[in-house]
Design a protein around this ligand. Structure first.
Ligand SMILES: Nc1ncnc2c1ncn2[C@@H]1O[C@H](COP(=O)(O)OP(=O)(O)OP(=O)(O)O)[C@@H](O)[C@H]1O
Ligand SMILES: [Mg+2]
Length: 229
């Protein structure tokens, strides 16, 4: 489903004229299969988020190839890539990133509005999705009227409402207490099993990595050879 081949990326860091080249991704190659949960672990600064941003098409790597469902994402222009993301990827973040002025229901509905789906169909899909993630009671709450776990459920529902085959998560439980984290991990496992969604998750947390089918460890921009590779 996702093929990463010989991906290299260097950032220029520092003051103008005195920039330093810092290699952040060094010859990464791996595959993620359909229906897998993959965890990416590694120390702060090892390049995890940069890797996720390249796979998800927010930035192009300097070198290498990334194909998703057979599409070489580097070959797409900005607009094509945005459309590709909207059709193929969902995202969840550590700090949820919900729209504060929209209710839980409206947050989940937003991607469907962007896709031009009719109000009647939107209502139907959102209600089904809210039910699936256990949010039926709180649809009219604003984000600041929700617990952290509920906010993350909203963000998962919003990520999945367009039926993307792949969901990316950067520290999805990083802001949650351990009990709420367990709830969210069970939800992720459930969605993986019932909908067949592929998950690629960055985490510092062993509990989170424990639900992954495979774990990739990054060190200084490289993948440490292990069982996963
Ligand atoms: N936009 C950028 N410009 C320059 N350097 C960057 C940029 N983004 C990241 N870096 C550098 O690239 C390296 C890897 O950063 P990255 O954010 O991928 O690490 P990470 O593994 O996600 O760390 P964390 O666990 O702290 O989130 C770091 O040294 C960072 O300073
Ligand atoms: Mg990061």
């Amino acid at each position: 489903m996702i093929q990463v081949q010989q991906v290299n990326h260097t950032f220029l860091i520092g003051k103008k004229g005195k920039e330093k080249k810092v290699p952040v991704l060094k010859g990464l190659s791996f595959e993620v299969k359909q229906g897998e949960i993959v965890a990416i672990v590694g120390k702060s600064g090892s390049g995890k988020s940069t890797l996720l941003h390249t796979i998800a098409g927010f930035m192009s790597p300097e070198q290498g190839s990334i194909t998703v469902n057979g599409q070489e994402t580097a070959n797409l222009n900005e607009t094509e890539r945005a459309v590709f993301r909207l059709n193929n990827f969902g995202f969840i973040f550590q700090n949820f990133q919900l729209m504060p002025g929209l209710t839980a229901f409206e947050n989940v509905e937003l991607p469907l509005k962007l896709k031009g789906i009719s109000p009647k169909k939107r209502k139907e899909s959102v209600e089904q999705m809210m039910d699936k993630v256990g949010l039926t009671e709180v649809g009219d709450h604003y984000p600041n009227e929700l617990s952290g776990g509920q906010q993350q459920r909203v963000s998962i529902a919003r990520a999945l409402i367009t039926n993307p085959p792949i969901l990316f998560a950067d520290e999805p439980t990083g802001s949650l207490d351990s009990e709420t984290e367990q709830d969210i991990l069970l939800l992720i496992q459930n969605l993986n099993q019932t909908l067949g969604v592929t998950f690629v998750m960055i985490t510092h947390d062993e509990e989170v990595a424990s639900i992954a089918h495979r774990t990739f460890k990054m060190r200084d921009g490289e993948l440490v050879k292990g069982d996963a590779l």
